[in-house]
Design a protein around this ligand. Sequence first.
Ligand SMILES: Nc1nc2c(ncn2[C@@H]2O[C@H](COP(=O)(O)OP(=O)(O)O)[C@@H](O)[C@H]2O)c(=O)[nH]1
Ligand SMILES: [Mg+2]
Length: 700
Amino acid sequence: MANSVHVRQRRNIAFCGHGSSGKTTLIDSLLINTGAVSGHHSVDDGTSICDFDPEEKAHKHTVEAKVTHCEFEATHFSLLDTPGYADFIGQTIGALAGVDSAAICIHAHAGVEVNTRRVFHAARQAGLPTALVISRLDGDNIDFAALVKQIIAAFGDSCALLNIPKGISESFSGVIDMLDPSTDTSGAVIACDKVREHLIETIIEGDDAMMEKYFEGIVPSVEDLKAAIPKAVLCGQLIPIFCTSSKLNIGLSEMLRGLKLCAPSPDAISRHGVTEDGQEMDVLADPDAPLVARVFETHIDPFVQKLSFIRIYSGTLSKDQSVHVCSSKTTIRIPQLLEIQGNQTAPIDRATAGQIVAVAKVDELHTGTMLGDTQLPPIPFPRPMVGLALSPRSRGDENKLAAALHKLIEEDATLRLDRDVQTSELVIVGMSEFHLKLILERMHYRDKLDVDTKDPKIPLRETIQTEAEGFYRHKKQSGGRGQFGEVHIRMFPLPLGTDIKEFAVKERFPNMKHIHYDESCNFLWVDSVVGASIPGNFMPAIEKGFKERMVKGIIAGYQVQDVAVEVHYGKHHQVDSSEAAFKIAGAMVFRNVFREANPCLLEPYVRMDVTAPEANVGDIFSDMSGRNGRVSGSETIGGGYQVVHCEVPFREVLHYNRTLSSLTAGQGSYTIELDHYEPMPHAVQQQYMIAIKEQEEELV
Ligand SMILES: Nc1nc2c(ncn2[C@@H]2O[C@H](COP(=O)(O)OP(=O)(O)O)[C@@H](O)[C@H]2O)c(=O)[nH]1
Ligand SMILES: [Mg+2]
């Protein structure tokens, strides 16, 4: 059926939410109920359609987004399962780029959790309408009225129940439709009238004519309400809530029917693109329009088959078609098209606007790659900050490690690979320690490769605090042609943010001839050599000497920044002077004068936003002050949570997730990003300099 489906009959929905809210079980049940798959499937015994990776089975948690599909009442549903760990939010953000709406699962007992909020905001950011699915209603200790209150406090008044449970926990026996006033409401767990009133008002809020009639006492018909729902959901005025239990198979077909009504078809979502020649355009889900498609997810299976998941927003894609790749401005051939059901693939000949397909083993495709000649805004993957330095446990596995890491990064847009400039170690940077732990597990399972890990070096910097001056004469006379170069300099601190025009004034540099400014390390170089004591053609070599020395560092092996140097005098020799000789003289005089200018280490400060239950905020404040952090404020975000904004030395929060987890019983989360550099406290600085000295001595 998939190919002959009209775009209006398609619903592409990502199921998102906190871990263990029952997303995977729900999708497994929907696939079984609709006959899309046969047999028994459960996350609990490792037979799930969606959780098929070894790490997923081991942890009983989804770690990669999965694509499945089913047919229900003449509608083709593509259902994407996503991980519940906040650490894997990148997978959810990728999946959201492939769909037209999000269904957010909320565990009936646990309520709104950290990742429930996170995915709600991610769906908003992706411009997608949302529905909420209350799951696990057969479980114990459920206060349904309190749960609904909490949901509205967290996500607003637009949230309205489309159905409510008949009985709860072990007596949960069905759902009661709130649209139809003729439905039998016996066994309802909350007062139906209020719920129905709120639902109707939310649906018709944007329709003045209906609203007017309603206040005159004329209640809209079920048909009128159904007709108004899609628009209300699309503009965010209505966030429908469905009640379910996958275990008891209650509420699932009602939910699918509800999603058929509420979730937009691909042609209802407008996406804004820019063509290669700079023209802005609306991308419409029209099979006859030019192709606009994007890789939103990449998987690599144990047999190193790379699968690129593609969403077609507009146009048609056929097997063997040649398509234009936007970013690389090349043309590639699509060797085959695959329809995906969990880890099963089936070949198809063509796919049209609104469809999700996969392509295997095409090197040119990466997550984010746009096909066609129109670009959509990039997928907003977060920037990772938590690093681990890696080395293979067995010698000789370096190449294997590089290949394995390449695959991991290809699959996960929230992973980055760095190389520590000083130690040359490979550093993998991810969202959290837990994220990196699971990534290394995947490498263990898939590539049979184990690594040793340690904290990477914190990227410190070196600078000076006072002015100093001096000279260096480089002179060598050992057979053949000699080497000679003499350079005299003055060195000044150049605090970040200094106005270079105000700094480089005649009073300070009366003989100034040229200046060069390097923004990347805030380095100013002034040439005020009088006469021809150093011929002009040697000046670039001297600057090169300075720069090389700055990269290597002088007191502890870190990049130098925030320095100004004036070269004001020198000596040369008609025969023996050379660029090489002046470069050495430049490097040496820089090192010597830097040491005299009261050098110090600068350390990175990060800006953090810590989200935590209100009750834990006091503990977070005092923990932060113990880490020399500065709290700049906090704000209440509803649902009993606050966000604390602070600035703190990066070295103090390398393992902050452990602390936060124990302070908040796992309910906290945080974001972290580089803010600025500050001088390190003297005592801490000494430790770093001693450590470097010891390392250097070991190397000798
Ligand atoms: N009692 C009950 N348990 C459920 C239900 N749905 C899921 N579970 C269980 O909850 C656990 C987590 O489910 P899973 O689908 O992996 O949640 P996910 O992390 O959101 O994908 C598993 O042990 C499931 O068997 C439900 O409706 N009722
Ligand atoms: Mg799951």
